[in-house]
Write a protein that binds this ligand. Structure first.
Ligand SMILES: NC(=O)c1ccc[n+]([C@@H]2O[C@H](COP(=O)([O-])OP(=O)(O)OC[C@H]3O[C@@H](n4cnc5c(N)ncnc54)[C@H](O)[C@@H]3O)[C@@H](O)[C@H]2O)c1
Length: 312
């Protein structure tokens, strides 16, 4: 199938593009390199450097005629969303509405949307199903929740099928140091540079860390399954930030005591996603446990760090 991936030069998008190509899909990427990188894009993908807010996006969709659109391009920084909610809404809500309009106009068969566990807001220290109330604590979470509603109403009014994937904290190779799962890349960066890691709050806040290759696989499965469904993509396993740091220290064989700072605005205390629906609807379950995923991630950052030290 022909698949257009917005944000395909980014952390998750580039892994999605790799899987698409591996499974024989013709892949077109639209990215403005806000945070993404040209060298993340697989050579076999067609790369169009463009802001998704550009009116030229309509021409791209009209000419490329993708059957599937996987929409990942977004402003992903919670802190930015709180500082500048208008910018966040333009990037995450208005750009999504425009994209949906083009998709229905040019007969795209399905939109797959990258949403987030941030839509749930504060939860108990328990596993959250998709029916848990949506009550975001940041404008980023609100922009994802609002986009979900636009996608659902567009589907009802204009028969544009969708699958909404609500990711837990994604981590893995190519992640930048911002974003929801960024703590993994930040900690590995600190260890490899011999710097002191910072823990916000008491470090007992827990997250559900899902490996990026598993997230890419979920997107691939959603091409043919899960029409008009909202689906959690997580491991249903909790790891505290303190536990994460100790795993990262052990994997990187570096021990540096962290310093602590006050908890950040908009950060949730606990987050863990029930993934029963992902299995029943998509046939998806995570293939990587946190230890394996972290080891693979460390190998990537080690190579990058050694290369950079060689260049400096
Ligand atoms: N990383 C996580 O833990 C996580 C969790 C939940 C949801 N998500 C969602 O997954 C998606 C991908 O996130 P990521 O972590 O890979 O982030 P990322 O920043 O690496 O990827 C976003 C990509 O979109 C591009 N982009 C941003 N604004 C654009 C614009 N206006 N026009 C064109 N391209 C633009 C960036 O250059 C980048 O390549 C996002 O929608 C994010 O909200 C991520």
């Amino acid at each position: 199938m022909k698949v257009l991936v917005t944000g395909g030069a980014g952390f998750i998008g580039s892994h999605v593009a790799e899987y698409l190509i591996q499974y024989g899909h013709e892949t077109v990427i639209v990215d403005n390199f806000q945070t993404g990188k040209k060298n993340f894009v697989p050579l076999q993908a067609k790369l169009i450097e463009m802001d998704i807010n550009s009116p030229m996006l309509e021409t791209v969709i009209a000419l490329e005629k993708p059957e599937i659109v996987i929409h990942l391009a977004a402003q992903i920084d919670v802190a930015v969303s709180i500082k500048d909610p208008i910018y966040d809404a333009e990037q995450n809500i208005v750009a999504t509405i425009r994209l949906l309009d083009y998709c229905q106009k040019y007969h795209v068969k399905k939109v797959i949307f990258s949403s987030s566990c941030a839509v749930y807001g504060e939860t108990e220290d328990s596993s959250i199903t998709e029916s848990f109330p949506v009550n975001p604590l940041s404008f980023y979470g609100l922009s994802k929740a609002t986009s979900e509603k636009y996608i659902q109403l567009t589907s009802t009014l204009q028969q544009l099928p969708y699958t909404i994937l609500r990711y837990a904290n994604v981590y893995g190779p190519r992640q930048s140091i911002i974003g929801e799962g960024g703590v993994v890349s930040v900690f590995f960066g600190k260890m490899l540079n011999g710097e002191t890691p910072v823990i916000f709050g008491d470090g007992e806040q827990t997250r559900d860390f899902v490996y990026v290759k598993d997230v890419a696989q979920a997107n691939l499965l959603a091409i043919n399954k899960g029409d008009n469904e909202i689906i959690n993509i997580g491991t249903d396993t909790k790891t505290s930030v303190n536990e994460l740091l100790s795993k990262i220290m052990s994997i990187s064989s570096v021990q540096i005591a962290p310093i602590t700072m006050p908890a950040r605005e908009g950060d949730i205390q606990h987050s863990r996603l029930d993934n029963t629906k992902a299995f029943t609807v998509l046939g998806w379950k995570p293939s990587f446990d946190i230890q394996t995923g972290l080891e693979e991630t460390f190998s990537y950052y080690k190579v990058i760090s050694e290369y950079q030290k060689g260049v400096d």
